[in-house]
Structures are given as structure tokens and as C-alpha cells.
Design a protein around this ligand. Structure first.
Ligand SMILES: Cc1ncc(COP(=O)(O)O)c(C=O)c1O
Length: 294
């Protein structure tokens, strides 16, 4: 069977499952006018959402931070995800879920009370990751952090992130790694880990980075593998001197960065700690396979 990546035909919008092309949202929706919305991206392996509880917990934290009550319970979301998977005969890919503050006429910066949130979800397949990427790694560039002070909120207002990602694309690189006052924050759409003398380091969760769900998987698996992992500030010089650099993100798990700003990372090939983590990650996905998603 030839797999075609891209959004699958049935989406969810405000209580209904309908064809993607029939999904319509008002231009007065505050997500359209202000980026006034939050979202989640949940990986799906073998028709099962991965770490769904953690994603939904983060969604509720994002909602709370923008002063919106949760529109659905975790159980409701789990049902919605399962419906999108089954109605699309989905297997591997990602679920996207978005909650906006809703539509109102007037374009008021300070929103009025009583708006009805807009809920949207869809499933998409991803292009298969070329196996060679795991063998050779990807390249990244660095750039100055230009985003706002609440990067812990998974907001759809991603203008800075997309501009930063485009810098990487322009340079033929995979990701832009961000530096602020001489320290690593994260990638434009990834968490960054480095390895130095066998220990994994990643910046601590704070308002300066998105608390990555894949980051937590890496930390848990490092514990299981008895690899020391430390949540601590990473200076630019530590980043540039790292033996290994990894990107962690829901849609691809962990990926090795073997070139940073044109210079080889370590010996220029994915390192031994990455290789162990990559195998452990794949095993973990398999082990979860038959367990309930919540
Ligand atoms: C800015 C940013 N940081 C980190 C991540 C990684 O988060 P997760 O592992 O939950 O996908 C993402 C994912 O989209 C992101 O956009």
C-alpha cells in the first residue's frame, strides 16, 4: 500500500466529525485575529495516542495560563482522539488539537466574558523519517531568541517560531537552536539536550521554554538506562563544546544534531548515548502499545 502523508479526511470541529473541507471557522475567531488559542500535538503509534495524559495536562496548564477553563475532560479528549483515529483508519502520525477563545464581533483586545471556545482537531500522517537521518544526524543553526516571556504556554501565536524555523530552512538545516543572554533555551519547535562526558543536560522547565513531553520521556528513559541526566542551564559555550546534541519533540522523538552552525558536533556522527536513547525510545513506544492511552 502506498502511504500518502498529510491530513486525513475527517476532522473534529465544535462537537462534530466532518470532512476537512467542510470545516469552517469565523474570521472573527480570536485565533484568526489575535492568535488567541492554545494547542497540542500528540503522537500516535499503532493507532494509540502516546503520553496522552501528559499532553492533556499541559493543555490544561496552557488554558489556565490564558485564563480559560478546560472545555473538555481528559476522558472527552481521549474519546475525541480515538474517534479521529478510527474514523480516519489512522495508524501512525500525529493528532493536532486546538482550543481558541472563540469568535466575537468587535475585535476587543480585552476579551468579553462568556465566549464559546472553538475546538478543532485533526489527524495527519507524517512523511517517514529517512533512516539515514538517524545514521547521519541533522544540522542546526543558532539564532538569538526573539520570542516572548511566556514560552511555557503552547500558544498558536507562533510568528517568531516560524520565522526562526525558516532561517534553518533557508540555511538547509533542520532546526534553529535559540540562545538568550549566552544560554540555550530550546529549538524553534523542539527541546534541546546536550551530552557532555556521558551526562545529559537540558535547560530546566520555566517560563522560558515549553515543558516538552518528549523531554520528560528522555529523562525517564535516562533513569532506566542509568544515564545521568541533569536539568540545568546550558551555556552557549557548553552547547558548542558538547559531545552530542539532540532534538526532542513529539512528532519525531529524538534526533541527533551532528552539525551546528556548520561545525561538527563531537566527531560529526550520532553519539553512543544517543544510540542507546534512540533504541530505548523505540522499545518504550512498543511496550506502551497495548496499554490504555489514558
Ligand atoms: C517551542 C517548542 N519547544 C519544545 C517542543 C517539544 O515539545 P513536545 O516534546 O511536547 O513535542 C515543541 C513542540 O512542538 C515546541 O514547539
Amino acid at each position: 500500500m502506498v502511504r500518502v502523508s498529510g491530513p486525513r479526511p475527517v476532522c473534529y470541529l465544535n462537537g462534530n466529525y466532518l470532512p476537512l473541507e467542510a470545516a469552517k471557522v469565523s474570521p472573527f475567531d480570536r485565533a484568526f485575529l489575535f492568535g488567541d488559542a492554545v494547542y497540542e500535538v500528540v503522537p500516535v503509534y499503532a493507532a494509540r495516542p502516546f503520553r496522552l495524559r501528559q499532553h492533556l495536562d499541559r493543555l490544561n496548564r496552557s488554558l489556565d495560563a490564558i485564563r480559560m477553563p478546560p472545555p473538555l475532560t481528559h476522558g472527552d479528549w481521549a474519546h475525541l482522539c480515538q474517534e479521529l483515529i478510527s474514523q480516519n483508519s489512522a495508524f501512525d502520525g500525529i493528532l493536532y488539537m486546538q482550543v481558541t477563545r472563540g469568535a466575537e464581533f468587535g475585535r476587543n483586545h480585552a476579551w468579553p466574558d462568556g465566549l464559546k471556545p472553538t475546538l478543532f482537531g485533526y489527524f495527519t500522517e507524517l512523511d517517514p523519517l529517512p533512516v539515514a537521518l538517524i545514521d547521519t544526524g541533522v544540522s542546526a543553526i543558532t539564532a538569538k531568541e526573539i520570542r516572548w516571556e511566556r514560552r511555557d504556554i503552547k500558544s498558536t501565536a507562533l510568528l517568531a517560531n516560524i520565522l526562526l524555523k525558516k532561517l534553518a530552512a533557508d540555511a538547509g538545516a533542520f532546526e534553529t537552536v535559540l540562545l538568550e543572554r549566552g544560554e540555550l533555551t530550546e529549538g524553534s519547535s523542539t527541546t534541546v539536550h546536550i551530552v557532555r562526558e556521558g551526562t545529559i543536560y537540558t535547560p530546566p522547565n520555566s517560563q522560558h521554554i515549553l515543558p516538552g513531553t518528549t523531554r520528560d520521556v528522555v529523562t525517564e528513559l535516562a533513569d532506566l538506562l542509568s544515564i545521568r541526566s541533569i536539568s540545568a542551564r546550558v551555556s552557549e559555550s557548553a552547547l558548542r563544546a558538547a559531545d552530542e546534541i539532540w532534538l526532542a519533540f513529539s512528532s519525531r522523538g529524538v534526533l541527533p544534531v551532528t552539525k551546528l552552525d556548520g561545525a561538527a558536533v563531537g566527531n560529526g556522527a550520532p553519539g553512543p548515548v544517543f544510540k542507546r536513547m534512540h533504541i530505548a525510545f523505540a522499545n518504550y513506544i512498543r511496550e506502551l502499545g497495548t496499554t490504555p492511552s489514558l
